[in-house]
Design a protein around this ligand. Structure first.
Ligand SMILES: Cc1ncc(COP(=O)(O)O)c(C=O)c1O
Length: 363
């Protein structure tokens, strides 16, 4: 089986060598095996302040950014509250919002000006805000999961202004932001709307998903509420994990690791892109991707669900686009999500041949 289904970083590129010494000496640090502060391990917080100066707000360390999402939902959402989410959306976020019995307001992307990537429909966004029911807007502006899209600078400014105007809390979920392999980095939403934005960072895509470490930063009053929920949930995130991620972030070779990761993903993406064009031609369409881990493949005349089912018979796992829609929203069944980060480059041509055979077996 070749899997292009998950959102996994490349196993072969996990930076284990950069934490080998720190792992070996963990037992010399008794303080890491005591209880710690709910906010997080202070050396790690100091590192985050240094790495992300634009986040001029307090931090709360969590068990992956997924826990940050859960804390936000439990801190700020009551049943029936409105949450705007870009559709299709990251499934883990939809699960959290659905557990809070929030009302999801779908925000679709449009491509009006022939831009390289589609952008969220800001007229639709404002009409959602005008209902007066929307409490928060959940956004993945950098290399969105599942579409791989990135918001233009102008979109970021206009969204921040709309959130400020309507008093909506903005959640910037950015696990892929550091994985830009071409084009220019854009402003973070936090920098544009510091008084109303909670930013979620993850060390799963640049570090290790198994360590389960993420962080949220936002206005002091929001973080204080989330911290109380965190305290009630698990007191604090494990100190050994926090110390390991701190060691990784401070390792002199960490910048080289990031550069290598970006280069590797760039070439995997490039290879996948050329194979798709070569082997599937006009049966598919996809937008340019400048980073992250995913290609959102639009099928010109096939169902994503059928192609994904046929692909499994060919021993290729892909996720049908319809899986990324919340309950109650009509899913478009004309896409599949392909992950390129965790597929060995030598397997990419074969993976695409299997995909092409899945299309053939439909007709
Ligand atoms: C958009 C998005 N947010 C959050 C997460 C969760 O990441 P973490 O491992 O930091 O909990 C993921 C994981 O794939 C994701 O794609």
């Amino acid at each position: 089986m070749i899997s292009m289904a998950g959102g996994l970083p490349a196993s072969s590129l996990l930076p284990v060598d950069l934490i080998r010494t720190s792992c070996a000496s963990l037992a010399d640090h008794r303080e890491l095996f005591q209880y710690g502060a709910s906010r997080g391990y202070s050396p790690l917080i100091a590192t985050l302040n240094k790495l992300y100066p634009e986040q001029n707000n307090p931090w709360l360390i969590c068990n992956g950014s997924q826990q940050g999402l859960d804390l936000i939902a439990r801190a700020f959402l009551n049943p029936g509250d409105g949450v705007v989410a870009e559709i299709p959306a990251y499934l883990g976020a939809l699960q959290v919002f659905q557990l809070s019995v929030a009302q999801i307001y779908p925000l679709y992307h449009i491509n009006e000006n022939g831009e390289s990537e589609s952008q969220p429909d800001l007229i639709q966004l404002e009409s959602h805000f005008k209902t007066g029911k929307v409490k928060l807007f959940y956004a993945v502006p950098d290399f969105h999961n599942p579409t791989g899209r990135v918001w233009a600078e102008d979109t970021r400014i206009r969204v921040s202004n709309l959130c400020r105007l309507y008093g909506v809390m903005l959640i910037e979920d950015s696990p892929y932001r550091e994985l830009r392999f071409s084009g220019e980095q854009r402003s973070s939403l936090t920098a544009l709307y510091p008084e109303g934005c909670i930013s979620l960072k993850s060390f799963s895509k640049t570090g290790f998903p198994g360590v389960r470490l993420g962080a949220m930063s936002g206005p002091a009053e929001f973080i204080a509420i989330a911290e109380r929920i965190k305290q009630a949930t698990d007191l604090h995130t494990g100190l050994p994990q926090q110390a390991l991620i701190n060691a990784l972030l401070n390792h002199p070779k960490y910048p080289d690791h990031l550069a290598h990761l970006r280069n590797s993903y760039k070439s995997r993406h490039q290879q996948l892109r050329s194979e798709l064009i070569k082997q599937l031609g006009n049966q598919i369409q996809f937008e340019r991707v400048e980073g992250g881990m995913f290609i959102w493949l639009k099928l010109t005349s096939a169902s994503g669900t059928n192609v994904a089912a046929r692909a499994l018979e060919q021993k290729l796992a892909v996720v049908p686009g319809a899986a990324f829609y919340p309950e109650g929203v009509i899913a478009e069944d004309n896409a599949i999500r392909l992950n390129f980060s965790n597929t060995d480059p030598s397997l990419i041509p074969e993976a695409v041949s299997r995909l092409a055979r899945s299309f053939c077996s439909l007709s």
